[in-house]
Ligand binder design. Sequence first.
Ligand SMILES: NC(=O)c1ccc[n+]([C@@H]2O[C@H](COP(=O)([O-])OP(=O)(O)OC[C@H]3O[C@@H](n4cnc5c(N)ncnc54)[C@H](O)[C@@H]3O)[C@@H](O)[C@H]2O)c1
Ligand SMILES: O=c1ccn([C@@H]2O[C@H](COP(=O)(O)OP(=O)(O)O[C@H]3OC[C@@H](O)[C@H](O)[C@H]3O)[C@@H](O)[C@H]2O)c(=O)[nH]1
Length: 387
Amino acid sequence: MANGRVDLDGNPIKPITICMIGAGGFIGSHLCEKLMSETPHKVLAVDVYDDKIKHLLEPSSLPWADRIQFHRINIKNDSRLEGLIRMADLTINLAAICTPADYNTRPLDTIYSNFIDALPVVKYCSENGKRLIHFSTCEVYGKTIGCFLPKDSPLRQDPAYYVLKEDASPCIFGSVEKQRWSYACAKQLIERLIYAEGAENGLEFTIVRPFNWIGPRMDFIPGIDGPSEGVPRVLACFSNNLLRREPLKLVDGGQSQRTFVYIKDAIEAVLLMIENPARANGQIFNVGNPNNEVTVRQLAEMMTEVYAKVAGESPLDTPTVDVSSKEFYGEGYDDSDKRIPDMTIINRQLGWNPKTSLWDLLESTLTYQHRTYAEAIKKATSKVVAS
Ligand SMILES: NC(=O)c1ccc[n+]([C@@H]2O[C@H](COP(=O)([O-])OP(=O)(O)OC[C@H]3O[C@@H](n4cnc5c(N)ncnc54)[C@H](O)[C@@H]3O)[C@@H](O)[C@H]2O)c1
Ligand SMILES: O=c1ccn([C@@H]2O[C@H](COP(=O)(O)OP(=O)(O)O[C@H]3OC[C@@H](O)[C@H](O)[C@H]3O)[C@@H](O)[C@H]2O)c(=O)[nH]1
């Protein structure tokens, strides 16, 4: 497996040790899986939870058992963090509060998590001469320039007014009382700090801006493996509605547009960054699928159709219902109107392109959701009816 692996320039890839912070989350779990099954690298997996990577940690007879170690650490207050960063060749920081329902309702936790808690990680990497791959977000772009044009302006059709480019697009956020932007603003400041550490102190860094990566193990299903009142990101919200045979809730009519990329495609891009430092260092990369653009309403319609197919159930007569953002997320919510990633830089540096269509990625993801949760939901609802 390890033998004969070469980087994009034909050089043999040497096994490295990676300190992965937030390894127990959605992206972390897929990255650990990839690293264990297809590479010789070692992972020091740091998180407060390990549920999503339990299958990689136990039993001890797994072929990669000596290449992955779990460290249950809250990076807010644990002195072991610096030691782990020192032991590793590369640190990947994924830890963050990153669900929009939290940005306006828990803005302090959001800012601390995305900026303050990431500071020591950057500092330890810089002071110890260690490479850092930091996970930022497409939300740093905020809104498109195009959304400020009159509704009937032909310029709205011009990509120059909406395609998001790492080295050219401005970052446009709503006003401070729109606390939705607490997350994007914290992520932007940590990006600027990392960039400055690179410029002034020679930190070797790569910044990743994910554009709506989705797939199995994303977030939680409320009342099953997460709090009943919790609001996860849209994939899990809509999956929950489909599993419970409830209408999907369209926030402010579901007019916002997103591009969705399959987690397994996106993980290929991260692996290229890990194994091609000369091409990835000093870069900020959009990672998304510009071909998979839909409005949230179209996403709801497609998920309803795909779910009916994989679950063998007929769709509801009224599959969607409109809700206001104030009702759904509370005061201070605001939204990104449209997110199309420019792919020039990642294409040029790493030759990466996404492969999976929205229909195909929803088919595999909703098959997973149905298999994982349908029975548990049936049991939970029959208990409620019986009591
Ligand atoms: N999934 C996406 O489409 C997407 C889009 C844009 C940005 N991102 C960024 O990618 C990163 C990972 O996202 P994800 O989707 O896997 O989210 P996630 O919530 O599934 O994973 C984050 C993980 O970090 C851990 N964590 C948080 N605070 C911690 C702390 N103080 N100490 C230790 N562990 C802590 C959490 O327990 C969780 O397992 C985040 O930085 C997020 O902002 C993701
Ligand atoms: O039930 C729902 C949930 C969400 N939505 C809408 O669906 C869209 C997507 O919502 P998501 O919860 O996936 O989150 P967003 O795309 O707005 O932000 C995400 O983007 C990138 C990351 O940094 C974060 O993971 C998150 O901030 C939004 O317009 C939201 O209002 C619904 O219409 N109904």
